[in-house]
Design a protein around this ligand. Structure first.
Ligand SMILES: [Zn+2]
Length: 248
């Protein structure tokens, strides 16, 4: 896949990365605004304090707002695999889409093609494992829905970007909610409040609650959208077990 042309559109909203080493996560968003120009303007307005490294228009045009080696401000309060400063670890890509607030719609083919090419290029530059290609909702399940259930994660995985579950027949068999929480946590999700571990959570007499439920919902939104909101069903459990195995 050739590197797509990239249109420079610098934003002042960035700072130094606070960890050593190259980025090792890719976080995908939708803009959630009426149109591309308003999203671009907002991400370049110093007052907004938000940005991303790239924004992709519906017609596939790619804008670069922040250099890869700088810390863009796209993740906000978030968590993945025990870490909370996701901006310092990641590259953030915004896709123009009105989102759930303004009329959520499928992502056009030209936009997805540009995303696949840009992502493949970034994966060739940085050591980003496929299980760390994530959506904003994965790293902030209680706050965020983007890029949402209409995003074609399977198509992206088929283009070599990101992980897609390959369950075995036994993966959908009997489970306990404690195991589900542990698997979600092992994969990277925050399953207890304030970033504490599942072990510490249950040691305090707590049980499956809002954080774990949100993590399961986010997991389904990404990998098993047909099961979204159904709780732990057979397909979700099978996908989760398969993903944890394949990311190990
Ligand atoms: Zn987002």
């Amino acid at each position: 896949m050739s590197i797509p042309p990239i249109i420079p559109h610098p934003s002042p909203n960035h700072g130094p990365r606070r960890v050593d080493g190259p980025p090792d996560m890719l976080v995908i968003h939708y803009t959630g605004m009426r149109d591309g120009p308003s999203a671009l303007a907002r991400m370049c307005d110093p007052e907004s304090q938000v940005s991303a490294h790239y924004m992709i228009e519906e017609d596939g045009r790619i804008f670069q707002l922040v250099p890869d080696d700088r810390r863009a401000w796209h993740a906000g309060t978030s968590f993945w695999a025990g870490e909370m400063d996701i901006n310092s670890r990641s590259i953030g890509i915004e896709l123009v889409n009105p989102g759930h607030e303004w009329g959520y719609q499928p992502f056009p083919e030209a936009q997805m093609r540009a995303l696949a090419a840009l992502s493949a290029h970034l994966l060739s530059l940085y050591p980003i494992p496929s299980h760390r290609v994530l959506g904003h909702s994965d790293i902030a399940p209680l706050r965020k829905q983007d890029p949402g259930e209409l995003f074609d994660w399977l198509g992206l995985a088929m283009a070599g970007v990101g992980l897609w579950p390959d369950p075995r027949p036994a993966d959908g068999m009997a489970w306990e909610m404690d195991e589900i929480a542990r698997l979600l946590e092992k994969f990277g999700y925050q399953v207890a409040p304030d970033g504490i571990s599942w072990d510490a959570h249950i040691a305090h007499g707590k049980t499956w609650d809002e954080s774990a439920e949100a993590a399961l919902f986010a997991f389904q939104r990404h990998w098993v959208p047909a099961s979204m909101g159904r709780g732990a069903d057979r397909d979700s459990v099978a996908a989760l077990r398969a993903l944890v195995r394949d990311s190990g």
